[in-house]
Design a protein around this ligand. Structure first.
Ligand code: UT7
Length: 324
């Protein structure tokens, strides 16, 4: 018995914020943003459009693509760093919004690696008898972005991607996974206030501690190493070389990190899924959105070996190898 992605879907809000729009509100340039990050534009959710809305829309599309009805779903996991609120979980809100039965529903927090972390939970659920699990990566990073901080506000966007994961007798699905984390780097990428360490207060808001903070340069150095490690360790477990990989979908933080990873793996860029040019860094959503785009564009076909690698807040990192 194998565990496969039977359906995939994604959703992004309509509003586009381009680099040229950002030039009008902060001291930056389209040229700097494109050359330093690869991003041209990103999507921004409406004030009354929380993460669970994006997640529910992506989930409905994944169900359609898998030809599964909402009442057949047996579990919902949402990976997010930007839930609607600290509790209830976004997954519970999605369960209600899509009209699923009273099923196990919870969020996980593993930064940009969240969706890949969620896949391993799903894998063990399915091996323990569950089936038809929705695994969703959904983020509204623009809601925790400080639009006076040019070092972060040009990077992030809103999106959701979802997969319907189920058991299969076919020789396809998840072949290998690898995960790691190192909390000593936590301070380099964080949302300091709003939790138990610095509860929300006038002071925390005035000091802008409810916004995402990142030491980009320091994060960059670790990200390049960790993305490569994730790929190599994932492949090593099943004795597959990077040259055998048909398509790579990396987390979308920076085109330079992606290019460096692909180069070290000897995977040409025409076999790499890119969505950060249009959507920016969408954290836990970037990989399922990338999978959906690649599937719809016919860039991945049945039987292909697809490598997914991510790195994010925690720090967390990991990889998943899938036979499509
Ligand atoms: O998603 C999870 C993990 N996240 C990542 O992996 C992100 C990793 N980091 C990065 O992608 C990059 O570090 C950034 C894109 C965030 C920044 O690129 P960088 O090449 O590391 O730039 P930097 O932070 O070293 O800044 C270089 C210069 C600085 O000016 P000085 O000190 O050299 O005069 C910055 O002030 O660029 C300046 N700068 C900007 N200039 C124009 C920073 N942000 C901007 C901006 N526009 N938006």
């Amino acid at each position: 018995m194998n565990v496969c992605i039977a359906g995939i879907g994604s959703y992004v809000p309509d509003k586009v914020l381009t680099n040229f729009d950002l030039e009008k509100i902060i001291e930056t340039s389209d040229e700097w943003i494109r050359t330093r990050s690869g991003i041209r534009e990103r999507r921004v959710s409406k004030d009354n459009e929380p993460t669970s809305d994006l997640a529910a829309n992506a989930a409905k599309r994944a169900l359609e693509s898998a030809k599964i009805k909402a009442d057949e779903v047996e579990a919902i996991i949402v990976a997010t760093a930007t839930p609607d609120m600290l509790f209830p979980s976004t997954a519970c809100l999605v369960q209600h919004k899509i009209g699923a039965r009273r099923i196990i529903s919870f969020d996980i927090s593993a930064g940009c690696t969240g969706w890949l972390y969620a896949l391993t939970i799903v894998e063990s659920f399915i091996k323990n008898g569950y089936d038809n699990i929705l695994v969703i990566g959904a983020e509204e990073l623009t809601k925790i972005t400080d639009y006076t901080d040019r070092s972060t506000c040009v990077l992030f966007g809103d999106a959701a991607g979802a997969a319907l994961v189920k058991k299969t007798d076919e020789k396809r699905g998840i072949l290998s996974t690898y995960y790691s984390a190192d909390g000593s780097y936590g301070h380099l990428l964080q949302q300091p206030a709003g939790g138990s360490r610095i509860p929300a207060s006038h002071e925390s808001v005035e000091s802008k501690l409810h916004y995402l903070k990142m030491e980009g340069n320091e994060v960059f150095k670790v990200a390049v190493r960790a993305m490569y490690e994730s790929a190599i360790e994932t492949l090593k477990k099943v004795n597959i070389s990077s040259e055998q990989v048909d398509f790579l979908i990396p987390h979308q933080a920076n085109i330079r990190i992606i290019e460096a990873t692909a180069k070290r793996l000897k995977i040409p860029m025409d076999k790499v899924g890119i969505n950060l040019d249009k959507y920016g860094n969408t954290s836990a959503a970037s990989i399922p959105v990338g999978l959906d785009q690649a599937a719809k564009a016919g860039r991945i076909k049945k039987g292909d070996l697809i490598l997914l690698v991510a790195f994010g807040a925690g720090f967390t990192w990991g990889g998943v190898l899938v036979r499509w």
